[in-house]
Design a protein around this ligand. Structure first.
Ligand code: NDP
Ligand code: GDR
Length: 323
């Protein structure tokens, strides 16, 4: 019998990559989607006839209990969240409801329906915030810098707590930034590669950015979803940092992306103070030694490869839209 997986947040970037990965492994894949008046299925359109999609919402406890009862998954990946850091400053309460308490609602549903369901929580390097050590590993203390980061710290510890209290096979994956052509256009990497394509093809001339000196450890989303599956397929549940171990600044990302299209970023990028955050995370670099050692996980796409992949995909897409 095929193993059965349920993904919350299946319509997001990671949900789309993870669904593909699990289908390729032979899983029966189900996804939780929330009701909307428009259709947010763009990223999984080509997979829809191979997926079971079910309506439920992180805010509605009963909907999640019913969903688990109906699907009876072996593995549950909790990727759903309000995931955009600036929005968390504007909507801190809603962010807490989705990104923090949503995790407890889901874990309670696991306890009630079947405590043998293996549970993955999408934790984040944003929990490290003002970093207490460089690079950051599983034992580095958290100091989150946004309501989003604070909510993710709650999600992390409630996952650990349910593992320790109820012996649920629950893992927290502390993933550093990972990007792809499916990344939302509000995040800085995709904002840059989308603008590069539009500038190259004559549709816009400038790109407004905020903090160009922020440094991130950027990897490829396709590599990172493999690590999620690996965590749930060990003998023991545990928490892992997933990162490349190399950091770059937003400026470097922009420079490389514009260069890849034969452009100079200095001719097009403008600083907009409105894009600066009330508190930002200035630098992040992960230490993925444990994921290498225990999971055997290795990333396959380099930073330069990622930038080129994203610029090429946006150039192709914008060209097609112009036809
Ligand atoms: P996205 O923002 O692309 O996707 C978020 C998903 O959550 C969407 O499918 C969205 O649905 C869903 N969602 C939001 N609110 C609710 C709700 N109330 N009920 C049900 N579903 C909801 O995020 P990513 O794919 O980039 O990230 C996946 C997870 O990993 C998130 O939890 C994120 O915080 C975390 N993370 C991401 C990292 C990254 O670099 N990408 C790094 C570390 C952690 P809809 O389509 O309806 O909006
Ligand atoms: P982040 O990603 O906050 O790290 O969270 P984002 O791409 O939004 O920002 C990265 C850094 O770039 C700086 N920056 C800008 N950011 C945006 N969005 N837009 C701009 O114009 C801009 N200019 C500079 C930011 O200040 C920041 O320092 C992402 C999300 O996917 C989270 O859900 C996830 O948990 C973390 O990555 C790891």
């Amino acid at each position: 019998m095929a193993r059965r997986a349920l993904i919350t947040g299946i319509t997001g970037q990671d949900g789309a990559y993870l669904a593909r990965y699990l289908l390729d492994l032979g899983y029966e894949v189900h996804g939780m989607v929330r009701r909307a008046s428009t259709c947010p299925m763009e990223r999984i359109d080509d997979l829809r006839d191979r997926l079971g999609l079910h309506q439920a919402d992180l805010l509605d406890q009963l909907s999640m209990i019913r969903l688990l009862d109906r699907v009876q998954p072996d593995e549950l990946y909790n990727l759903a969240a309000q995931s955009f850091v600036p929005t968390s400053f504007e909507q801190p309460l809603l962010t807490g409801e989705f990104t923090a308490l949503g995790v407890t609602r889901l874990l309670e549903a696991v306890r009630q329906v079947n405590p043998k369901i293996r549970f993955y929580q999408a934790s984040s390097s944003e929990m490290f915030g003002t970093v207490r050590a460089e690079p950051q590993d599983e034992s580095t203390p958290f100091w989150p810098r946004s309501p989003y980061g604070v909510a993710k710290v709650y999600g992390h510890w409630i996952t650990v707590n349910y593992r320790e209290s109820y012996e649920i096979f629950a893992c927290s994956g502390i993933l550093f930034n990972h990007e792809s052509p499916l990344r939302g256009k509000e995040f800085v990497t995709r904002k840059i590669t989308d603008a590069v394509a539009r500038i190259k093809l004559g549709l816009q001339t400038t790109l407004k950015l905020g903090n160009l000196d922020a440094q991130r450890d950027w990897g490829f989303a396709g590599d990172y979803v493999r690590a999620m599956w690996m965590m749930l397929n060990q003998d023991q549940p545990d928490d892992y940092v997933v990162a490349t171990g190399i950091k770059h600044s937003v400026r470097e990302f922009a420079q490389l992306a514009f260069e890849h299209a034969g452009l100079n970023y200095e001719d097009h990028v403008e600083i907009d103070p409105a894009l600066l955050r009330p508190a930002d995370v200035h630098t992040l670099r992960g230490d993925p030694s444990k994921a290498h050692r225990v999971l055997g996980w290795q990333p396959e796409v380099s930073f330069a490869g990622l930038v080129a992949m994203m610029v090429d995909a946006d150039l192709r897409r914008v060209r097609n839209e112009l036809r």
